[in-house]
Design a protein around this ligand. Structure first.
Ligand SMILES: [Fe+2]
Length: 349
């Protein structure tokens, strides 16, 4: 359904060029199309991922990193950012083996909303989607401690975040990196160019048993699947970035994250935007509830799945569960549009 009354002023950078989405959706164009953007879009189209340098100015990225540590210390369970010996599960909110904090209203902490509202981040997605009428996911935040000895092992889980039955470009994922992230620091690893061969892969491997997943929108690569990628000359690349850089990847590009082998914590805020025109009114109403109840949505901005804010600690609800953020978000007008609420028809503003 088309968005309702909201008028977002178009800017030249959006309207005068073909959207990346259109290019990536057309398989004839995804390899060599002659279009040169001269920025991250060229890498994104060619490699299936890209790094947008300095999408968030360094001073603000550092402030968001501090706010992330404030959030972790706000539970008063014994974690101290300046004392590595306090990196214990009992001293922290529940963090899964991949480093994600899914609950405790973390997706709505003020600093998380500030990251989502950063002009350099929002404009990047406007350029890709060719519209300023976007909605943003309320996704998890990620802390990959340099010492994970008290945490479950983070094993590789190479995957695509897209149902193979729905091929073509559908979703651009992103994360804002908040700590130095070099080759030995934890973070995203991608199979370069995997988006281009995705349909061929799924045709060839149609008989391969599927790794069970909670949603058809997740496809895990088996040992045979990994061999297929290797046999076709594809390579895995650890994506490096500085604080404030925005990392983007096509959901078809195989990816996962690796733990740090250095003394550096890894810190990421997931940021994913889609045109509001791709969400239904029902989606937007569900998303409004997620916003008001401070729930997470996964990376899908149309809030296909909602979280609960009931973290489980050793199988039972964590006694430190929260239903509101440590610091409630203060949204700018631009950020509020990204909630999708202003696009709900018939809603009193
Ligand atoms: Fe993923």
């Amino acid at each position: 359904m088309a968005p309702s009354a909201i008028e977002v002023e178009s800017t030249a950078y959006i309207s005068s060029i073909p959207s990346v989405k259109k290019i990536l959706s057309d398989s004839r164009l995804s390899k060599s199309n002659g279009i040169v953007f001269g920025d991250f879009r060229d890498e994104l189209i060619r490699d299936g991922y890209a790094v947008v340098k300095g999408a968030v100015p360094r001073d603000r990225a550092d402030a968001y990193g501090k706010a992330f540590y404030d959030f972790l210390e706000s539970f008063n369970l014994g974690y101290d950012r300046n004392d590595s010996s306090t990196i214990k599960r009992d001293n922290l909110p529940v963090i899964n083996e991949k480093g994600m904090v899914l609950d405790y209203a973390a997706p709505h902490e003020n600093f998380v909303w500030q990251v989502r509202s950063e002009p350099g981040v929002v404009e990047t997605f406007e350029k890709v989607h060719g519209t300023a009428d976007l909605i943003v996911s309320f996704d998890a935040i990620n802390i990959g401690f340099h010492d994970r000895s008290d945490f479950p092992k983070n094993k590789p889980w190479p995957h695509q975040d897209q149902d193979p039955a729905k091929p073509g470009f559908r979703c651009l994922q992103g994360l804002v990196n908040l700590q130095p992230c070099g080759p030995n620091d934890g973070g995203l690893i991608v199979c370069k160019g995997g988006h281009v061969v995705s349909e061929e892969f799924h045709r060839d491997m149609v008989d391969e048993p599927r790794i069970p997943a909670w949603t058809p929108e997740w496809f895990g690569f088996t040992k045979n699947g990994m061999k297929w990628l290797e046999d076709h000359g594809l390579e895995w690349v650890k994506v490096c970035a500085e604080p404030g850089d925005l990392i983007l990847w096509d959901s078809r590009t195989p990816h996962y994250n690796v733990p740090s082998t250095s003394k550096q914590d890894r810190m990421a805020i997931y940021t994913c935007y889609m045109p509001v025109s791709e969400a239904t009114q029902e989606d937007l109403i569900r998303k409004k509830r997620a916003f008001e109840e401070r729930l997470g949505t996964t990376h899908w901005p149309n809030a296909r799945h909602l979280g609960t804010n009931i973290a489980k600690r050793d199988g039972i609800p964590c006694p430190y569960n929260r239903s509101r953020p440590f610091v409630e978000p203060v949204l700018t007008e631009r950020a509020f549009k990204l909630t999708g609420i202003p696009y709900i028809e018939g809603l009193q503003q």
